[in-house]
Design a protein around this ligand. Structure first.
Ligand SMILES: Nc1nc2c(ncn2[C@@H]2O[C@H](COP(=O)(O)OP(=O)(O)OP(=O)(O)O)[C@@H](O)[C@H]2O)c(=O)[nH]1
Length: 202
């Protein structure tokens, strides 16, 4: 069982429900990196930062269940609509004591260990509702931190025919938070990047 050492009200959601087209349709979170599934690496980076953690996945459910965390699939109404489908579903599943939610994709094994604390601090000083990490390579929307109140706006956004997480962010109060280390956000979207991450660990 994973040790969750962060503040009680700070939850996290591992986004693992994508189709992995650039990875030939494989379930990225379950691909091995140094003998462990990619998702296990991400969860190990997140758990010390958070008080609660859940997984959003649409296949390999028996494998994801082994992490011993709450697990749900995208609601039928939002299937195939991308990461916002996970958020629309999560809005209905979150325990009430969670007020802040950290997102992370299942394919970023080197996330900063101060990711959530940095984003929480930025939210507090800015008065924004969402803290968006920005590295020298650009914004990292799959790693944002949000106040759970904003989740209520996701289902209407999807119902209006839109799917883009960047488009949804444009409707929200967002503070951009710089992270200098782009490599910490490297994600194994395709076989070459996964191979490079593996080579970097040898
Ligand atoms: N729950 C859920 N998660 C998703 C969905 N689409 C993408 N994700 C997750 O969101 C994160 C970012 O998405 P991408 O990196 O584009 O992943 P992907 O869609 O599997 O990959 P490509 O098909 O190659 O674009 C990944 O961790 C995905 O697993 C979805 O429809 N539902």
């Amino acid at each position: 069982m994973m040790k969750l050492n962060g503040p009680q009200e700070l939850g996290g959601l591992l986004l693992a429900g994508g189709e992995g087209r650039r990875m030939g349709g494989q379930d990225k979170g379950m691909l091995p990196l140094c003998g462990q599934p990619l998702a296990a690496h991400v969860l190990a980076r997140l758990a010390p930062q958070l008080g609660w953690l859940a997984i959003s996945a649409n296949r390999s459910l028996d494998d994801y269940r082994r992490f011993g965390l709450p697990l749900w699939t995208d609601a039928a109404a939002w299937q195939g609509m991308g990461p916002l489908a996970a958020l629309a579903t999560t809005a209905e599943q979150l325990p009430p004591h969670i007020t802040l939610l950290q997102l992370a994709p299942c394919d970023t094994p080197d996330l900063p260990l101060d990711l959530s604390a940095t984003l929480v601090a930025a939210l507090a000083v800015s008065g924004a509702d969402i803290a968006l990490p920005v590295t020298p390579q650009g914004p990292q929307p799959a790693c944002l931190l949000l106040k759970v109140d904003v989740l209520a706006s996701v289902a209407p956004y999807l119902a209006g025919g839109q799917r883009s997480i960047r488009g949804w962010l444009a409707t929200q109060r967002v503070v951009e938070v710089p992270f200098a280390d782009a490599a910490a956000f490297a994600n194994a979207n395709d076989p070459a990047t996964l191979a490079a991450l593996a080579a970097g660990r040898q």
